[in-house]
Design a protein around this ligand. Structure first.
Ligand code: SAH
Ligand code: AVI
Length: 327
């Protein structure tokens, strides 16, 4: 398995230290959500996708179930590149359709969660013997290099509404990198959670079994293990709420007491009781906000597929300077 261009593994520790020092020194303490995803974090996320309250995954799966075949028949991609692929569970619907269309040659799942990615790639190699399965460990916020020899056309998929975990500026940068990497005939496929009754959204991030709380706390476990920090997990509580003005869930870890965490290489971080670390945002969209976000990156919507209540959307986009095409 290769690392994505620009991210040698030796830099990982330095980057983690930098991100933690920067994030925990801000007035609203925060941590980048990519650090949730060690093996345990990836497994916890997979558990979240099966929770009754977490409607996102099953809704996206239903849309992929209906739409993968016509999409693949129309685009006939030779490659599928997936950003933040995780277990690539739903992706199998796209892979099946790509193989059935007779065009598929390569699948490139990209993810920061190295061990989890390799396990999932091993399973895919057995299930799809006719496809090249070429995982890349890397950070999708870094410039994307598809490599000159990636067979085209390619679909670059970004599923699960992971785009929502980036603020507007970071999402715009990420989409611009994608647009720049796209060649003639390549398409971008985005999965995005739509705005709806905030109570439904809040339930999805406050599940009754407490799996989301465990997932949230996992970031402190990662800092304890990777940096030798001494966060006391029992004195932080999960809190998730919908922020209506910016149309997003905010997930926090709230310190239950006044306390100090010691982080070698960073220093002592003081928490007042009730003070929180924002660990994740999860933005929710409508068609206009998605069109705007894609537009600033030089991408335009070709197809918009949504379920009848407007829970979730799959969006196919091309570069605005590309020939129009309508699958
Ligand atoms: N696409 C899957 C998984 C979504 S969970 C689905 O739809 O269910 C988000 C995934 O993105 C995780 O696997 C996580 O490891 C990965 N991820 C998060 N931030 C990332 C980053 N900056 N670079 C690469 N992968 C990232
Ligand atoms: C990966 N990402 C899209 C999930 C989300 O819904 O924002 C992560 C998650 N956090 C808590 N539950 C799920």
């Amino acid at each position: 398995m290769t690392s994505i261009a620009g991210r040698p593994d030796t830099n990982l520790h330095a980057e983690l230290l930098r991100d933690v020092a920067f994030g925990l020194s801000r007035p609203q303490k925060e941590l980048p959500p990519k650090y949730f995803y060690d093996r345990r974090g990836s497994e916890l996320f997979d558990e979240i996708t099966r929770l009754p309250e977490y409607y996102l995954t099953r809704t996206e799966r239903a849309l992929l179930d209906c739409w993968s075949s016509p999409l693949m028949a129309a685009v006939r991609p030779a490659s599928l590149v997936e950003l933040g692929a995780g277990s690539a569970d739903k992706t199998r619907l796209l892979l099946d359709a790509m193989v059935y269309a007779g065009s598929g040659e390569v699948y490139v799942p990209i993810d920061v969660s190295a061990e989890f990615l390799e396990d999932s790639a091993s399973r895919l190699r057995e299930e799809y013997p006719t496809l090249g399965i070429e995982p890349l460990v890397g950070d999708i916020t870094h410039p994307l290099d598809l490599g000159a020899d990636l067979p085209g056309p390619a679909i670059i998929a970004f599923l699960g509404s992971t785009i929502g975990n980036f603020d507007a500026a970071s999402a715009a940068g990420l989409l611009r990198n994608i647009a720049q990497a796209m060649r003639t005939g390549d398409r971008f496929l985005l999965g995005a959670d739509l705005r709806k009754d905030p109570k439904v959204i809040e339930r999805a991030y406050n599940d009754a079994q407490g799996v989301t709380a465990e997932f949230n706390l996992n970031v402190l476990r990662v800092l304890n293990r990777e940096l030798g920090a001494d966060f006391d997990l029992s004195s932080f509580e999960h809190r998730a709420f919908y922020e209506g003005t910016s149309h997003r869930i905010e997930m926090h870890l709230v310190s239950t007491d006044d306390q100090i965490a010691h982080i070698p290489g960073v220093g002592d971080v003081t928490f007042a009781g009730g003070e929180s670390i924002r660990t994740e945002i999860s933005c929710k969209y409508d068609r206009e906000s998605i069109a705007g976000m894609l537009g600033t990156a030089g991408l335009a919507i070709d197809r918009w597929i949504s379920d009848a209540p407007g829970t979730y959307a799959l969006v196919l986009a091309s570069r605005v300077d590309a020939e129009p095409a309508r699958p």
